[in-house]
Design a protein around this ligand. Structure first.
Ligand SMILES: [Ca+2]
Length: 333
């Protein structure tokens, strides 16, 4: 920001140029009026209140820079894995599992998602709540909704969801903090996910996944239940496909486009517990020791519903295994 001294020293023309270069507050943005109208007409918000919130929101250029280069897009599996499969993250995960053993057991019983999977999600997202994000959510969402055209439709909707969420849970929208993309709490839920999948798991009447790890545990499990997690289902198996299988049964998207029978039909050794009818996909990753091939199943697909990335899903899966069996941090699973 220009200091008062700098402005006094400048000529009038330069002063006007500087004034127009300074970001006006978001209540004055040319796309704000339509947003305010929509929140008032569709959801009964007070127009002046919404304008005041937008007026308080600060544009954050660092957020636009961050969202343009997320780690999943630029890293190979070898480098991505190294971020998450560390001794510290495994040790802290076991501590989390011990501390919240009763709540994790209840989540597993009531919602069907294993304790180590819930813990691994929270571990990958925020190091078990140690890093829940330091951006004000209102700043992040206003910046991305109004000043980042490639994702403005998505984030404009999330900004609306955020105001609805704040009203429903009794939060002050100017107080909540989260990631540069506006994701909140232990499990980093965006506002729409918070509204639809977060639950009050300790029975105090508020679904608070930002400050309350018990609500966060129940909410992560509830998200997975809603995204077709299978309580006894497989996540992924390492496999050694032939060149024919790699050429004909590879798939770049996240969807499970094949079945186990397709792979067995071409001679692939798939573990006995997998049914021929199980949906599956061949995934190839560049690992520490070279190219790796995996068959991934419905539960892997469910993890990619949480974050649309093969690397993310594999990191969660391998961390969940490490939390269970004491696998060394840099070993193959
Ligand atoms: Ca609660």
């Amino acid at each position: 920001m220009a200091s008062g001294k700098g402005i006094r020293a400048a000529g009038l023309g330069l002063m006007l140029a500087m004034a127009s270069a300074v970001q006006a507050d978001y209540s004055q943005h040319d796309k704000a009026a339509a947003f305010v109208d929509e929140m008032a007409a569709e959801h009964g918000f007070d127009r002046d209140q919404v304008r005041r919130w937008l007026g308080d929101a600060q544009r954050q250029d660092g957020i636009i820079k961050s969202i343009s280069s997320p780690a999943e897009r630029v890293l190979t599996w070898k480098d991505y894995r190294r971020i998450f499969m560390t001794e510290a993250r495994i040790r802290q995960g076991r501590e989390f599992m011990e501390q919240y053993a009763d709540d994790l057991a209840r989540a597993e019983q009531e919602l069907g998602v294993a304790a180590e999977v819930i813990t691994a999600i929270i571990g990958v997202e925020t190091s078990y709540g140690r890093n829940k994000g330091s951006h004000r959510v209102i700043d992040a969402l206003a910046t991305l909704a109004f000043d980042y055209p490639p994702r403005s439709t998505f984030f404009r909707k999330e900004l609306g969801e955020f105001l609805l969420l704040s009203r429903e849970q009794g939060f002050d929208p100017l107080e909540l903090k989260g990631s540069y993309a506006g994701a909140m709490g232990y499990g980093q839920f965006i506002s729409s996910s918070y509204r639809y999948y977060a639950i009050d798991f300790d029975g105090d009447g508020v679904a608070d996944i930002i400050h309350n790890p018990v609500d966060a545990i129940g909410s992560v499990a509830n998200y997975f239940k809603a995204h077709r997690w299978q309580p006894d289902g497989a996540v992924a198996d390492p496999v050694e496909p032939s060149a024919d299988i790699i050429a004909n049964l590879s798939h770049n998207g996240l969807g499970l486009v094949h079945t186990v029978a397709d792979f067995r039909g071409k001679g692939l050794a798939v573990p006995e517990g997998r049914k021929d009818s199980d949906a599956a996909r061949l995934l190839t990753l560049e690992g520490k020791e070279g190219t790796e091939h995996w068959l991934v199943y419905q539960n892997f697909r469910s993890i990619t519903r949480y974050n649309h990335s093969d690397l993310y899903a594999m990191a969660v899966y391998q961390l969940s295994l490490a939390l269970m069996d004491g696998e060394p941090a840099e070993g193959r699973d």
